[in-house]
Design a protein around this ligand. Structure first.
Ligand code: ATP
Length: 832
């Protein structure tokens, strides 16, 4: 694991635009860069440290030497490498990557350096392919072939991420490459903005694929000439982030600027995520832009990477410069895991073993007897070890076979479970109907929608198992004109897989893993299919099952709540009926009261009769109104709360008018009494006793009736109050019920969402399962090949054993001869 190398380069304060060139505001000291106050002292807290910080006087040669050279050399040795320039517009990215006539840039120097280094490596032969592309407005164009526009990014097991249809030129020397680059530059999108007269309007990626293998010189060493190293070197000149206001972009420039900023933001997001600790990291959004997708192996993957962040020193750019420095700080935290991408073929392995045997044979021939004996012993031991290894391998194979069978079985079981879950997740038709009938808010559209979604999820999109970012080249020697075009576009690995793949692992190719001499590490099966191991798979299905149980529980609870709500609604529905009844009672009582009152009115008292009859009319009409409102409310729940205030108003009017009537009646009563008193004084004394007695009786009767009326009135008022209270309570209940209903609706929606998510997950699991099945099939095929190879090895071992036995007997006889010679010479010397 190694950190990405990050450097910052400050451009000289050139007058790109007269009004914005106003001096230097940054100080560079060693590998630090600080923002200065107006008095030239550094502002505390605005100092950044990087692997290198280059000031304005620094040349491209120095930048190359310190930052990029190692990566270039490593690429020749078989490591993937990426160098890219990042920074705001006009900060010097293109200058750094392409350079000038007098000071060539990184690309130029890298190309020359690669060919120089190759020349020095006389023991290896190289095949170099170059390509040059640009990402313009989120479209990939081939800079070597104008007709290749809008190219697509693909990912395959063999080649990792690649741009399909991109022209690759096989090159033999640096001059040829530089000519090709110059031709490609012509096709690049440049444009003039307020900030830069020649502003790059696209991201460009110059790519070199370096393949090498040892020269076949039949030397008797331990190396294996058939091992192939394949490395990819990307040299990237990004378009600059820009503020539309500053660049003055409009029309085409504005559109370009938007695309540039968007893809740079995606790059920033990827860098942000990668700079988090692996636990917090989560999903890395490589797929958010073409740029991040292409640079994926260089960002947190199997590559050595350097970033040069260019900044403009002027005060007007301070904010952008700070942004660039923050980006650089985050990038500094990213670690990559680069490894030599070496591919060992079967031929190479056999050759290596043959060389070893040859070496031993030579040793045996030229050595003394004891040494020979020791060697024979060693050979025998080795052979026994090989035998043991072979047996172990066979046992492993047997175990693999068994586990494969078990896995198969488990997958079948999981499939059944998934099918069951799928059928559970899909609401049964009668459920849907019942929900709809019971006034549930499941709309037809929603149900149709969910069912249509389900159909979509059922279509599996195949994603193949992962592999590493190296091409399988068992037939390499026969295919020097290897074409970058994909064999099939269906085997596209997903992002997480790719991420895992690039954590330093290299492809599992053919049967390489069984060879002890293999340098590179291979994936165990479980690593090859991250997230798809049977345990994970079972876990996933288990989670889904639990989720489904929860959902079913929630659904049941919701149904219970809905039935409770229905009950409450029916109770509320009855309230207006009850109110209606009590109003009808009130009406009757009111009529009675008025009739009684009228019966007390003496004949001829027109005003009182009129008063009473008008009160009766008003009262009865009010009560009838109230009754009719309640009857309407009974059928129409929506109007219920609105009419409530109206009813209260009517009740108020009614009680006031009744109160008024009674007051006027009491007043007329008093008046009648006064009149009577006056009459009494005028009347003769003879009649005094008898009249007084009669009056007292009628007065008592009247006051008794009045009291009973008052009582009835009070009862009526109480009842009205009660009704009002009831109305208030039912209104509150109605509101709370409505609130509950809203909540339930929300819950139901979220439930539907969860169900659809579960369906999605199920579909995903199905996909994964299919992938696992496919993997398993390929695994079976691989196992078969393996078995075949083991057989071949067994045969080879047997023949070797035979040759060793013959060697042994040959050497034994030689030793015997030597011994007899020794004995003869000893006896001769004794005889002498
Ligand atoms: N280190 C440097 N020394 C001298 N001149 C420089 C340096 N860096 C940049 N320049 C000059 O500044 C101007 C803008 O630089 P350049 O075009 O490389 O910027 P850029 O970051 O690539 O801009 P854009 O993103 O708009 O393409 C050019 O004229 C370039 O020659």
């Amino acid at each position: 694991m190694e950190k990405i190398c990050v450097a910052v380069r400050v451009r000289p304060p050139v007058a790109v635009s007269q009004e914005i060139s106003n001096g230097n505001h940054w100080r560079v000291e060693d590998n630090h860069i600080s923002l200065l106050k107006s008095d030239g002292t550094p502002i505390s807290g605005v100092t950044y440290a990087f692997d290198h910080v280059f000031d304005e006087s620094c040349t491209n040669a120095r930048v190359y030497e310190l930052l990029t050279k190692d990566i270039i050399h490593a690429a020749v040795e078989g490591f993937n490498g990426t160098a890219f320039a990042y920074g705001q517009t006009s900060s010097g990215k293109t200058f750094t990557m392409n350079g000038s006539e007098t000071d060539p840039g990184i690309i130029h120097r890298a190309v020359k350096d690669i060919f120089n280094k190759i020349q020095m490596m006389s023991d290896r032969e190289f095949l170099i392919r170059v390509s040059y592309m640009e990402i313009y407005n989120e479209e990939i164009n081939d800079l070597f072939a104008l007709e290749n526009q809008k190219l697509q990014i693909h990912e395959s097991l063999e080649r990792g991420i690649f741009v399909a249809g991109l022209r690759e030129e096989i090159v033999n020397n640096a001059e040829q490459v530089l000519e090709l680059i110059a031709a490609g530059e012509v096709n690049r999108h440049f444009g003039e903005t307020n900030m830069n007269v020649r502003s790059s309007r696209s991201h460009t990626i110059f790519r070199m694929v370096i393949e090498s293998k040892e020269k076949d010189n039949n030397s008797s060493n331990y190396s294996c000439g058939d091992a192939i190293r394949v490395s990819v070197l990307n040299l990237v000149d990004l378009a600059g982030s820009e503020r539309i206001a500053k660049t003055g972009a409009g029309g085409v420039r504005l559109k370009e600027g938007k695309h540039i900023n968007k893809s740079l933001m995606a790059l920033g997001n990827v860098i942000n995520k990668l700079s988090d600790s692996p636990k917090q990291r989560g999903h890395i959004p490589y797929r958010d832009s073409k740029l991040t997708r292409i640079l994926q192996p260089a960002l947190g993957g199997n590559a050595k990477t350097s970033i040069i962040c260019t900044v403009a020193p002027e005060e007007v750019h301070v904010d952008e410069t700070k942004g660039t420095l923050q980006f650089a700080s985050r990038a500094k935290r990213i670690t990559n895991c680069a490894q030599v991408n070496e591919i060992l073929t079967d031929a190479a392995l056999l050759k290596r073993q043959k060389l070893e045997i040859e070496e031993l044979r030579k040793k045996l021939e030229g050595s003394r007897a004891e040494v020979l004996e020791q060697e024979i012993l060693k050979l025998r031991n080795d052979m026994l070890k090989y035998e043991a290894d072979r047996e172990k391998l066979e046992m492993q194979l047997e175990e693999e076979r068994k586990s494969h069978k078990e896995r198969d079985q488990r997958i079948r079981e999981q499939q059944m479970r998934i099918d069951n879950l799928s059928s559970l997740v899909t609401f049964p038709e009668h459920d849907r109907n019942s929900v709809q009938n019971s006034g549930s808010q499941f709309s037809k559209e929603e149900i149709n929608d969910s069912s249509s979604k389900e159909d979509v999820f059922r279509t599996p999109s195949f994603k193949a198992a992962p592999n590493a970012f190296v091409a399988k080249r068992s037939n390499y020697s026969r295919r020097t004109d290897y074409s970058p075009l994909p064999d099939t576009l269906s085997n596209v690995a997903d992002e997480e897989t790719w991420l895992k793949m690039n954590k330093g692992y290299i492809a599992d190719l053919d049967s390489i893993q069984m060879t002890p001499a293999r340098k590179v590490q291979s994936f165990p099966l479980s690593d090859m299919t991250p997230g798809l191991s049977s345990d994970d798979y079972r876990q996933e299905v288990e989670n889904l099952r639990r989720q489904l149980e929860l959902i079913t529980e929630e659904k049941n609870e919701l149904e219970e709540e809905i039935s409770e709500l229905k009950q409450e609604a029916s109770v509320i529905g009855e309230i207006p009926q009850r109110l209606c009844k009590s109003v009808a009672n009130c009406k009757e009582i009111f009529k009675d009261i008025l009739l009684t009152l009228q019966s007390f009115v003496p004949d001829g008292e027109y005003s009182t009769t009129k008063l009473l009859s008008s009160t009766s009319e008003i009262g009865i009409s009010l009560l009838s109104n109230l009754e009719s409102y309640l009857l309407v409310d009974k059928d129409n729940h929506d109007s219920f709360p609105r009419n409530d205030s109206l009813v209260q108003e009517h009740c108020k009017v009614l009680s006031e008018s009744i109160r008024g009537t009674i007051t006027s009646l009491v007043a007329s009563e008093k008046l009648a009494i006064q009149n009577k008193e006056v009459e009494n004084t005028i009347c003769s004394c003879d009649y005094k006793d008898s009249t007084l007695e009669g009056e007292t009786t009628s007065k008592d009767k009247l006051s008794y009736e009045l009291d009973s009326i008052k009582e009835k009135y009070n009862d009526l008022e109480k009842k009205l109050d009660l009704n009002n209270q009831l109305l208030e309570v039912s209104r509150e209940k109605y509101t709370s019920l409505e609130r509950k209903l809203q909540l339930l609706k929300g819950e139901r929606d979220s439930l539907l969402e969860t169900v659809s998510e579960s369906s999605q997950k199920l579909a995903l699991v199905k996909d994964q399962k299919e992938n696992v099945l496919k993997d398993l099939n390929s695994e079976v095929r691989r196992r078969k090949d393996l078995e075949e190879q083991i057989k071949q090895f067994s045969v080879a071992f047997a023949s070797r054993q035979r040759s060793f036995t013959s060697f042994q007997s040959e050497f034994k006889s030689k030793i015997e001869k030597l011994r007899s010679l020794d004995t003869v010479s000893a006896s001769k010397s004794l005889g002498c």
